[in-house]
Design a protein around this ligand. Structure first.
Ligand code: ATP
Ligand code: MG
Length: 446
């Protein structure tokens, strides 16, 4: 992409309405624009990152054997009356009437609808296990939408639902989700710690939230610092294996890590004092096992091997996809702007032409652009007639992890400069070397 042809409405001033750094940077870097309280348009570069996050979620869900589908945002109230949640949900639910006076609503989550689909089509245990998920917009009429996409009213959520014959099978589905979530967040460059949480209005007694530690997080959390040493890495897990998934579950959830709702001071005090931490965190996901709550209320049963009908065991599993953009920026920025992790960056590298109009510099930039593109990488070429200082500041603000700087002086010696956004370190090398290096960095990521 050439910056002269892109839509990147960068703001010079710091927007005064934004209280936290991720919100400020998302507005300043031209990623989003607010259209009403807690409701945002995703401008081209913000949308590109959002799509990357979605892709990672899709790939990791596929790896775990979960099926992608899509349910409507507008749902009939009748289903929610069956489960009892139409009244229970309260003012967070956006209620709408259609022209025939029928009660409709904008989905805040989708347990009812998925259960309705299940009961219409599945009647035998032979069709289990089954896990389906979607990435779809949700609406919750939050009292205090704030912090940009972090607590919006309209937000993008991955929500998945598992259906199993027995509690043991459903707990395997729970563990499988935990494993797939750990891998998902790590690919996004994030450490998200599973913490024992409170089940809230969805109900059930088995739930973990995934929290990214950040000073601006809305949740107070308590943990054993040993949990921050755990990384999933590139271990090879067989998602179908109960033992494999249970082992990861055990490793990642047995040390103390809880949100304030489930915090237990006495248990916490058993953690060696030097490892006890109190901090703030951003909830980027949650997994639930809730048993037969919805299947019983809505008659979602299957015929078991013994010929008897039994309600299925269910769980639901959410990732806050749009909130993740904010969480990633909270975790990865400096005074000059965003620092995108390589796995989610909107463009793989920026190309800065120090002297637009200089025949040699222009040609070198074009050649770099062509070779990077040929390798499947997406460069963002700042081809505007601007001062170098402004171009550097702009690149730092939007946070591409790598920048190639091209100028007549370097070209005389046959070199360009490759700069890491994270460390600020620069290295001079021939243009082909820079291309090769980027290809290596992004191998297996892009
Ligand atoms: P919170 O406690 O932050 O209100 P929740 O527990 O009500 O969230 P869930 O029902 O668990 O949310 O939804 C799954 C995920 O969706 C959450 O982990 C969070 O990342 C995201 N999410 C929930 N509410 C919002 C919101 N208002 N704006 C953006 N993302 C949200
Ligand atoms: Mg939650």
């Amino acid at each position: 992409m050439r910056l002269s042809r892109y839509f990147l409405p960068v703001l010079k001033e710091t927007p005064s309405e934004a209280q936290i750094v991720s919100h400020r940077l998302m507005l300043r870097a031209g990623l989003i624009k607010q259209s009403a309280a807690g409701i945002y348009s995703w401008l081209p570069m913000g949308f590109k990152v959002l799509r990357k996050l979605e892709n990672i979620v899709h790939e990791e869900q596929a790896r775990a054997g979960h099926l992608a589908m899509l349910m409507p945002t507008i749902q009939s109230a009748d289903l929610w009356r069956e489960s009892g949640r139409y009244d229970a949900y309260g003012e967070e639910m956006l209620r709408i009437k259609d022209r025939g006076g029928r009660d409709m609503l904008f989905t805040p989550t989708a347990e009812e609808l998925i259960t309705d689909i299940f009961r219409a089509h599945v009647s035998s245990y032979k069709d289990l296990p089954l896990t389906m998920y979607q990435i779809q917009w949700k609406f919750r009429d939050e009292i205090r939408p704030r912090f940009g996409v972090m607590r919006g009213r309209e937000f993008l959520m991955k929500d998945g639902y598992n259906f199993d014959l027995t509690k043991e099978d459903a707990l395997h589905a729970y563990n499988r989700h935990l494993v797939s979530y750990l891998r998902t967040y790590e690919r996004m460059g994030l450490q998200a710690i599973p913490m024992r949480a409170d089940s809230g209005p969805i109900g059930g007694d088995n739930t973990h939230e995934f929290l990214v530690l950040a000073e601006t997080g809305e949740s107070e959390v308590f943990y054993d610092s040993a949990v921050t040493d755990l990384t999933f890495g590139d271990r090879d897990i067989d998602y179908a294996s109960v033992e494999d998934c249970a082992a990861v579950m055990e490793e990642f959830t047995t040390k103390y890590a809880r949100t304030d709702e489930t915090h237990d001071e006495a248990l916490f005090n058993e953690v060696p004092e030097e490892r006890r931490r109190t901090a703030r965190g951003i909830e980027v996901g949650q997994i639930f096992y809730f048993g037969t709550k919805y299947s019983e209320a809505m008659g979602a049963t299957v015929q078991g091997p013994d010929g008897k009908n039994t309600p299925v065991h269910m769980g639901s599993h959410g990732i806050g996809v749009s909130r993740l953009l904010g969480a990633i920026i909270e975790a990865s920025h400096d005074d000059n702007g965003i620092i995108w992790p390589e796995g989610v960056t909107p463009f793989h590298a920026g190309i800065v032409n120090l002297k637009q109009g200089d025949a040699e510099a222009d040609a070198a930039c074009e050649a770099l652009y062509t070779s990077l593109t040929a390798l499947g990488l997406e460069p963002l070429y700042d081809d505007r007639n601007e001062r170098a200082g402004g171009k550097f500041a702009g690149m730092d603000l939007i946070g591409l992890p790598w920048r190639i700087t091209v100028g007549p002086r370097g070209l005389k010696n046959g070199v360009v400069e490759l700069t890491s956004r994270r460390t600020g370190e620069s290295e001079e090398m021939p243009p082909e070397e820079a291309v090769k290096k980027l290809a290596q960095i992004y191998a297996g990521i892009a």
